[in-house]
Write a protein that binds this ligand. Structure first.
Ligand code: PLP
Length: 360
């Protein structure tokens, strides 16, 4: 049996070590996962009740159009209801877009390092990948423009960029959008939108009106704390959404996730509190980096990328033994770095202490 040739160059996704496995291996009772930028504060308590209420309905297929959630999201972000596509996580929206647009004759332009699913899905579709290295941690938008040609279908902008935490400033994005040819779909992935506080972070939803080739991605997995339920969405102009909709499975988002997402949108305060605590947690790590003279990127997400200037796998192991799962940069294309999800104040303090004990 022969799979598509392009699959041979891909590895299955390497998840962070499961908590149960780490507990057994190191004989720990408490293990904290700060490896995939999940919300350390969980989700809104309102979500739990909404899920319980939905349990009566498990025998019935979900609403494939997600009508109730659609109305909520449309009001929340300020678009029309037909300008949204939902996915089983934003990961699935990325897959749908690639499936709908890419083929072996086309290419797609992205930064490196950036969120790996853009490349992964583009490879499956057989498209040519054009990766443009970050400059000082930022998207090199001018060089990305140079890579665009008549066969380019999609250009990806991840802002804040996972795994770095940097963002594309308003004027830079506006300039970029005026220069990108209209046959190219610009995807702006805003998975960490709710955490951003920078004043020159662009509000992209109003740009949809004049940019029919723009699509915005958001998710309930990060600040809303619903990563397990798998629900995210894309925003774009109605012709664009209608063109890619046939590539979406009819019941791709489930009933429980839809109900939970509706409840999550109803608790603005929860998300605001998470944003504030995240900023305080980032400051704990900034202080640590300053004290130890480590290079890092200031982050608008709920994670920080730190350059330890030494094999980060060793640091990863030291944290693992003490019950903290983080991400070593080797797999992310940034050797010698750790990407640490910001935890609770106490978790951050413990991680910092373990790192100090190891380094000093
Ligand atoms: C986490 C993440 C996503 C995907 O989130 P889902 O859980 O699939 O909704 C998308 N983009 C970026 C940059 C992310 O970090």
């Amino acid at each position: 049996m022969q799979v598509k040739e392009q699959l041979l160059q891909l590895k299955p996704y390497q998840p962070g070590k499961p908590i149960e496995e780490v507990k057994k291996e190191f004989n720990l009772t408490k293990v904290v996962k700060l490896a995939s930028n999940e919300n350390p504060f969980g989700c809104s308590p309102k979500v739990k009740q909404a899920i319980l209420d939905e349990l009566e309905q498990l025998a019935i297929y979900p609403d494939g159009y997600a009508a109730l959630l659609r109305t909520k999201v449309a009001n929340h972000v300020g678009v029309n209801e037909n300008e949204i596509i939902f996915g089983n996580g934003t990961d699935e929206v990325i897959q749908i877009i690639c499936r709908a647009l890419l083929n072996p004759q086309s290419n797609t332009v992205m930064a490196t390092p950036t969120f790996p699913q853009y490349k992964h899905n583009a490879v499956i579709e057989g498209a040519e990948i054009r990766e443009v290295p970050l400059v000082n941690g930022d998207h090199d938008l001018d060089s990305m423009l140079v890579q665009i040609d008549e066969n380019t279908k999609i250009v990806w902008i991840c802002t804040p960029n996972n795994p770095v935490g940097t963002y594309v400033k308003k004027q830079a994005l506006l300039d970029f959008l005026t220069k990108v040819p209209k046959h190219v779909l610009v995807i702006v992935d805003e998975a960490y939108y709710e955490y951003v506080t920078a004043e020159d972070y662009p509000q992209t939803v109003p740009l949809l009106k004049d940019n029919s080739n723009l699509m915005i991605l958001r998710t309930f997995s990060k600040a809303y704390g619903l990563a397990a339920l798998r629900i995210g969405y894309g925003l774009g102009n109605v012709e664009l959404i209608n063109k890619i909709e046939p590539a979406r499975e009819p019941f791709n988002t489930n009933r429980v996730a839809q109900a939970a997402a509706i409840a999550a949108l109803g608790d603005v305060q929860f998300v605001e509190e998470c944003q504030i605590k995240n900023k305080q947690g980032l400051q704990q790590f900034y202080d640590f980096c300053e004290e130890l003279k480590l290079n890092y990127y200031t982050s608008e997400g709920n994670f920080i990328l730190i350059d330890f200037n030494r094999d980060s796998d060793e640091l990863f192991q030291a944290l693992l033994k003490r019950g903290y799962i983080v991400r070593s940069g080797n797999a992310l294309g940034v050797p010698n770095h750790l990407r640490i999800t910001i935890g609770t104040e106490q978790q951050n303090a413990e991680i910092i202490q373990i790192l100090k004990d190891f380094i000093l």
